[in-house]
Design a binder for this molecule. Structure first.
Ligand SMILES: *Cc1c(COP(=O)(O)O)cnc(C)c1O
Length: 233
């Protein structure tokens, strides 16, 4: 890692570009989301100075607080576990909720979006490795789940998200990224009403290059940009 956010961003961008070249993709088809959870507004402003507009948060109130003090042209991504009673902080602020993994949550988002008169873009979270510690639906339930949530009129389903296991070797996660891509292609082919399958949110600091090679349209990078997080503060 470099010694500044600007240097880190340059490095991450270079690695995304190289992964695009290796896999015959266009750099503009991969969005870098800077995951700013636990990090202060001053660090977000440093990233903004480098042209970053997309930020990811995993706590609803933190997203709300940062949204409220920063310029309104930023795009906020809710990437973490979302409880139904906290949906109100996110709808109307986030540009995209990446973590829809239950019908109850989808319903709560739908209701809040209707109340605020907005349509809420969402991704469906899929638990590709079947890890008990993580949210998301099982891959073999995905189609039924998509059909069910397609009925919520105030949700706009845009695609899928996965959080791959924490591994030493990024290559070990290639199977999960590839499988999510295949799942997305399969579901797209069903032409389900009110569903788009344009976005694949996958890849983090440890494995974003492999995710790009496997078709990610959004990568979520925190540590690689802002440094280690300190949860003991
Ligand atoms: C924290 C987090 C990230 C970023 O993780 P890093 O390893 O720091 O890049 C990405 N996605 C989700 C869902 C997260 O919670």
């Amino acid at each position: 890692m470099g010694t500044s956010i600007a240097e880190n961003l340059k490095e991450v961008d270079k690695r995304i570009t190289e992964a695009c070249i290796r896999s015959g993709r266009r750099r503009e088809d991969v969005k870098l989301i800077a995951v700013s959870k636990t990090k202060p507004v001053s660090m977000i402003e440093e990233a903004m100075a480098e042209g970053i507009l997309d930020f990811g948060e995993n706590k609803p109130q933190e997203l709300r607080d940062k949204f409220d003090v920063l310029p309104k042209d930023l795009h906020w991504h809710m990437i973490g576990n979302l409880q139904r009673n906290k949906v109100k902080y996110v709808v109307g602020r986030a540009q995209l909720i990446h973590s829809v993994g239950s019908v109850e949550l989808a319903q709560a988002i739908d209701k809040e979006a209707q109340k605020k008169g907005v349509k809420m873009p969402c991704l469906i979270e899929v638990n590709m490795a079947g890890e008990a510690s993580k949210g998301g639906i099982a891959p073999d339930e995905a189609e039924a789940f998509v059909r069910r949530v397609s009925q919520f009129e105030n949700l706009q389903i845009k695609g899928f998200m996965t959080i791959a296991p924490f591994v030493e070797e990024a290559e070990s996660n290639r199977v999960y990224f590839r499988a999510l891509r295949n799942l997305a292609v399969d579901i797209a082919s069903k032409n389900i009403d009110n569903i788009e399958v344009n976005e694949l949110s996958m890849g983090m600091t440890g494995d974003f290059e492999v995710a790009v090679e496997e078709g990610a349209t959004m990568v979520r990078v925190g540590t690689g940009i802002f440094g280690e997080r300190n949860y003991s503060l």
